[in-house]
Ligand binder design. Structure first.
Ligand code: G6P
Length: 371
């Protein structure tokens, strides 16, 4: 297996470093001349025009991907999007009709909780699109349509490249919906897709900076608790960063919505508490950037060690950051494909530094085929 790891110490490290090509592979062949072609889904566009609600069901990392794409699909398509853990959705008598589109996200396509949610949704008359990596697996077979990630097999239990592929595939689906429903002028879609096609190079730029985060992980190998703060799409990114650290490094980790800080989590902050903060683009709307910068200032004043993930050129964060990790500028909605990467590297390196089995964490399975 050393050869299969391609010179990396673990499959997880290898899969993290494959993410630029993973994103390119998810996008490849699906856009042409400024239009999206998802005929492979074999779903009637008339049906896509009739839906009035979207429900995303998934578990684990796939659910965090769902929480990211909600921001984009609602913004682009003006359809309400709910994101729910599949096992919670299934047993609470959710409102689902023939006009509901269910998006089931699952790397393996075999997660029993997600499969039961799919079956329940179909019984209520909903249409189900599966976003999966494993071709021919159960969830896409039982769904009305499937869109595959095309990122290649993922071996490590902790999901990384499939997470980026899930976000990428759902973005294609969201833009396809917007295209078929006439939410945009064609040139607007073409412009968004052009930016999406620029993502693999930006992912590579973040990976090329891995050494900084690797060093940070080694320095923090004895940490016992790490907090993650983010706002808007940075919020699910914080959740996913915390999940990675729990899963493989067995460190207490929690992700919070930055706006919620003053409603509770700030009580956890004392001298030396490490906190990662994912900062929105300063070019974004609604002054979210300055609100998050204020949060960094507040926790720093209470002794937190602040590790800030910020866009290149964002100097506003510097006075309050112990460490600044830079990512290339991109659209606000595309930032999650970049900002998660330092957090994946951090978890992977820290677990490696602790001498843990990164690819086979205790008590976890790659695919959970029981409810
Ligand atoms: C398990 C794995 C996670 C994964 C989740 C959902 O808990 O350990 O890494 O995110 O299942 O898996 P799926 O195959 O449905 O995406």
């Amino acid at each position: 297996t050393a050869a299969q790891k391609g010179g990396y110490p673990s499959f997880m490290a290898k899969e993290i470093h494959e993410q630029a090509s993973a994103v390119a592979d998810t996008l490849r062949g699906r856009m042409e001349n400024g239009r999206l072609h998802l005929d492979e889904m074999k779903i009637d566009p008339a049906l896509l025009r009739s839906i009035d609600k979207i429900v995303v069901v998934a578990c684990g990392t796939a659910a965090n991907a769902g929480s990211v794409v909600k921001y984009a699909i609602e913004h682009w398509c003006r359809i309400p999007v709910e994101v729910e853990l599949a096992h919670e959705f299934r047993y609470r008598d959710p409102v689902v009709t023939e006009k509901t589109l269910v998006i089931a996200i699952s790397q393996s396509g075999e997660t029993m909780d997600t499969l039961m949610a799919v079956r329940h949704a179909k019984e209520q008359g909903a249409k189900v699109v599966a976003i999966c990596n494993t071709r021919g697996s159960t969830i896409p077979r039982e769904s009305d349509a499937a869109l595959y990630l095309n990122v290649g097999p993922e071996i490590a239990v902790a999901s990384t490249k499939a997470y980026l592929g899930q976000i990428g595939a759902c973005y294609l689906l969201g833009l396809y919906l917007a295209q078929e429903r006439g939410n945009f002028f064609p040139e607007e879609i073409a412009e968004i897709m052009h930016d999406l096609e620029g993502l693999p190079d930006k992912v590579q730029a973040v990976l090329d900076n891995a050494a900084q985060v690797e060093q940070l992980a080694h320095d923090m190998a004895d940490a016992t608790s790490v907090l993650f703060l983010g706002r808007h799409v940075g919020y699910p990114t914080a959740m996913e960063g915390a999940l990675k650290l729990k899963e493989i490094a067995y460190i207490h980790a929690e992700g919070f919505a930055a706006g919620e800080l003053k409603h509770g989590p700030i009580a956890l902050v004392d001298e030396g508490q490490p906190v990662f903060i994912i900062v929105p683009s300063p070019r974004g709307r609604d002054s979210l950037h300055s609100k998050v910068v204020s949060n960094i200032q507040e926790i720093r004043a209470r002794g937190a060690r602040t590790m800030v993930i910020a866009e290149e050129g964002d100097t506003d964060v510097e006075p309050y950051a112990d460490v600044v990790i830079r990512v290339p500028a991109t659209r606000t909605l595309f930032a999650p494909l970049l900002t998660i990467i330092p957090l994946q590297i951090f978890a992977c390196e820290l677990a490696t530094a602790k001498g843990l089995d990164v690819d086979q964490p205790r008590n976890l399975a790659k695919s959970v085929t029981v409810e």
